[in-house]
Design a protein around this ligand. Structure first.
Ligand code: NAP
Length: 251
């Protein structure tokens, strides 16, 4: 990983922070019926989450550190099929140190990746599905195409909830509770939109990159129902012009 300048906490109290330690020790009380759900998104100052089809150009070493720290604390990493394809998802890499810390906290040594798809039209030849010891989870509907579903089951564990092409995310999350109490949703905008619309987001980690991206890139969440959920700012960090905020949903 490239050299990371110090990450400074601006709020609540000015301090230098270790993102791994801070995220591992954050309070995230899961509701009784599902895991705690946190989003992690990077956006430009003008609100775009994508440049040339991917999020990578927006990132900096500090943001990547926060991305890794959130992954290191999660039990499940949830992503929509378009993100998994566009960002070429692979089995998660977790350092030996983080694996040890996870095991000491009673977590699986690595988080599991869960792909949300109604159509199951993503490629099973992708690297994500190539490691039998790191089987991902596929979250789909109860009436998914049986032939596609049979092929998926050879490479992944399957959770089904909802029908007619739309996964019932509340029920799916209840099933994912068996994997642990903390789900990190990495997007994209469509999946985040469903979660926001169904009031299933407990925390938002938003990195604002000091760039203007222009274009028509999607925003953090889009497509779900109109809502107005209040958020409280839990912390604000800065490194090299990148602002990294953690918001917790007011309940
Ligand atoms: N800046 C960032 O932080 C960030 C983060 C993530 C992604 N991105 C970018 O965002 C883009 C992808 O985002 P996106 O909004 O187009 O797509 P997305 O949310 O990643 O994936 C959408 C797909 O996920 C499945 N899906 C999601 N919710 C579903 C539900 N409730 N029921 C059934 N299926 C569901 C569907 O798959 P099927 O079509 O297979 O049925 C749907 O077409 C990429 O360019 C990626 O690089 C940016």
């Amino acid at each position: 990983m490239a050299y990371v300048r110090a990450v400074r906490q601006l709020l609540p109290d000015p301090a230098e922070v270790d993102p791994y330690q801070a995220h591992a020790s954050a309070s995230r009380p899961a509701p009784p019926d599902r895991p705690w759900v946190m989003l992690n998104v990077i956006a430009s100052v003008d609100g775009s989450t994508v440049v040339d089809g991917v999020s990578g150009p927006l990132g900096t070493p500090a943001d990547k550190l926060v991305f890794s720290a959130l992954r290191a604390s999660a039990d499940v990493i949830l992503a929509g099929s378009a993100t998994v394809t566009a960002e070429n998802y692979r089995p998660p890499r977790t350092s030996a140190v983080q694996q040890e810390l996870r095991t000491a906290r009673g977590q699986r040594h690595k988080p599991r990746i869960a792909v949300v798809s109604g159509s199951l039209r993503f490629s099973l030849d992708a690297e994500l599905f190539s490691e039998p010891a790191e089987r991902p989870i596929v979250v789909t509907t109860t009436d998914a195409d049986p032939r596609r579903l049979a092929a998926v089951r050879e490479r992944a564990d399957v959770v089904t909830a909802g029908n007619a092409g739309t996964v019932d995310l509340r029920r799916a999350l209840a099933e994912l509770r068996a994997e642990g109490s903390l789900v990190l949703c990495e997007g994209g905008s469509a999946l985040n939109g469903y979660l926001v619309g169904d009031d299933l987001v407990d925390e938002v980690n938003l990195s604002v990159a000091a760039v203007l991206a222009g274009g028509n890139g999607p925003r953090l969440a889009a497509g779900g129902a109109d809502v107005l959920h209040g958020l409280s700012l839990a912390h604000l960090w800065e490194s090299d012009g990148m602002l990294m905020a953690r918001y917790v949903t007011d309940r």
